[in-house]
Design a protein around this ligand. Sequence first.
Ligand code: CTP
Length: 371
Amino acid sequence: MQIKFNDKINQIIKNLALEAQRFGVKIYFVGGLVRDVLMGKTPLDIDILVEGNAIDFVKSLDFVEIKSIHKDFGTVKTEISGVNIDFASTRIEEYPKSGCLPHVTKIGCDIKDDLIRRDFTINAIAARILPSLDYEIIDIFNGCNDISKGVLKVLHKNSYIDDPTRILRGLDFKLRFNFNFSPEDEKLIQSYLKNPDREGLSKDRVILTLNKLFSSNERAMSAISEFSSCCYYKILFDEFLFNKENLENAIKLFDIKDIGRVCLKYILEAPPVEIKFKSRLEIYKYFKNFSDVDLCVYYLKTNDKNTLIYFNELKNVVLNIKGLDLLNLGFRQGKIIGDILDKVLEAKLIKSTNIVTFEDEINFVKETFKL
Ligand code: CTP
């Protein structure tokens, strides 16, 4: 395998391979980096797997700046000549409960035992780094073949039970690379979704995975459609009320660019308690700190047209006068100041009034309130 790094990175990798030889450990690229290179893409992050203890290896290198160490996982973040490189130790993991974060039972295991803890065959290919900058492929699960066929396959039948977020990761790879789950994987997923075990589920991991799934605005609509139609929401809850037409309509109405963010909030946020607004001022004050994404999600969850009134008519209304201007006019300090400001704002929020500028507001105050 060939990896097209620039000269600087090639030199760093070469040095690391020589040092690994001296230290007596093997080092590898693995996971997304190898998958992406095999698919003809340029790798973005550089992660190195050490068959042994990465912390000990990194500490033996004098040209490396250690940024942080995570002892429990045997991982180290570093910077080498201005390049960020993360190191991980080979490790064995166990899932005591479905969906929980795994427990590390051994650090510094054989490469094969590290590969087997991974999600898909396409992510379980290792490339041993040699000082010659040749890369020796270790593909015990036939991941290369699955890449060429565009197939997503887990490594063992309990994989989705151990970590149901792999279903969402699979959906992400499916949409990103135009891959498909193998028929056996489809069965394993449907079997898990019939009887999902949410007791030990790591919500953080689910949210992290959903964030990644919805990080692309182009794929967000397909992702949420499949999330609903394939019942992937059952990883999190029993029901998900999804209406694609409503979603597309709301995205248009609120002119949303960050579609992924709306989809994510649509999935994760509970419907808000509906409010009976009595005036435009109440609507204005309630939605004042809402972003357009928040407004859109509120509208989707409540169908409350007041969000549209706010978005189209009230959002850009601002009061030019301040309390100090009222004091300068001769009004006394106290509750009256806030009341007058509210009245001016209320008048501005009515479509038919022509109060726009600072002078309009001052004139309105003079005409309406006695000193
Ligand atoms: N992994 C896993 N199960 C998870 C998350 C990650 O087995 N729930 C493993 C996979 O082998 C994966 C590697 O950890 O390749 C790194 O994960 P991550 O950085 O999240 O994804 P990448 O596969 O590198 O893909 P990308 O960053 O391109 O999405």
